[in-house]
Ligand binder design. Sequence first.
Ligand SMILES: Cc1ncc(COP(=O)(O)O)c(C=O)c1O
Length: 454
Amino acid sequence: MKNLTAIDASSILHPATNADDFARNGSKIIESGQGIYLRDDSGKQLIDAVAGLWCVNVGYGREELADAMQKAARQLSYYHTFSGMSNAPQIELAERLLEKVPNGLTKVFFGSGGSDGNDSLVKIVWYINNIRNKPQKKKIISRWQAYHGTSLATASLTGLPSFHTAFDLPMNNVLHTESPDFFRHGLEGETELEFSARRAQQLEEMILHEGKDTVAAFIAEPVLGAGGVVPPPQGYFEAIQKVLKRYDILFIVDEVVCGYGRLGKWFGSELYDLKPDMMTTAKALTSGYFPFSASFVTDEIWQLLKEGSVKYGNFAHGYTYAGHPIGAAVAMANLDIIEKENLVDNAATVGAYFHEQLKQRFANDSFVAEVRGAGMIAAVQLVKDKTNKTFFDKETKIAANVAQQCYENGLISRPLPSLDSMAFSPPLTCTHKDIDDIVNIFDQSVRSVMARVL
Ligand SMILES: Cc1ncc(COP(=O)(O)O)c(C=O)c1O
């Protein structure tokens, strides 16, 4: 039999993987998935408490999605959407999505993933500001700890230094303001509201320092995902949005993780009262069964794009797989499941139970400083001692060790090593019993690691 692990180690450059370690340790091969469970090639069953990369919201092995995919592939396996060409699935999907997205978003642009979705919006921002005769207004402000993708523009927007170091990024016209992480950056005695006001003031100072006529857009995830699962502190987006309005700065909301129910509402924008001018979605739109993204803009932006075509000719942007008929059909079937099974409400109620259980379980432990998140996304902040907020030494690799122990005990969790946090975003289909299983295995795993390192 072929040694797949050996072939893998000698042939594949894995994303977000330490290439040196990987050559020594090899891969973990996942063979199959059903519901919230995965099975690896050793036959080990694992609960996937991350839903892949926060995307398999309806769970694995859904026949409805496989059937939709097969049917679409048999009818029209592929055709492009350049030069005004179209297909019925993408048109039906557009109509359905535009009824669901936050008010004011009236047009959609399809792509293949979160990075290209955000990339498209950055290009649209630059393009329309040329149309508006504001060629200097091009800077995009993102936040430290943000994650917006790994293409040239979106790795630049991502506010995690490892995505910049040695890649010669961030590129020009991308700036980072301070992160909304109150746990890490709140001052002694400062309330969340005061912290939010301070962050809004820092944003305003950056805009004025750069020149208000040079800043085009601000991008944010409703809840910071890969950067720590950090929900906005109280009053944060209200204060930030006032600053954006004051200086005619577009608000790009990145709903790639939060969209389609993860937070217990259809969109994070709904939960936090965000008014996006532009919005990116991907991942849960097809529950990861097909690479697909949908980016949205307002009518005002659409009118400028039309003007652009009169002035410059074709809108010269797009991807081979934009509006892919199979992806659109899968998205439709996925939305059917989310609606039929009330998964958005389930994320709210079972998600609340999840947070409650994690909080209760570690309330008296000095190695958990906080449990944060919203709906069906959570992070557990590990520390050496919460009473004086001491963190583990880097060499302890606490998050990686806990993740490894969880895996051995049958649970996939997501380590966020730079923050010593463990993230969870299980499928929205989780029941109370599934949550009990996740919390029990995590509890047992984290305690056995702490017994070794504390
Ligand atoms: C908030 C957010 N935006 C964008 C992306 C990039 O998406 P993709 O990996 O599909 O390019 C991700 C991926 O995790 C994400 O979490």
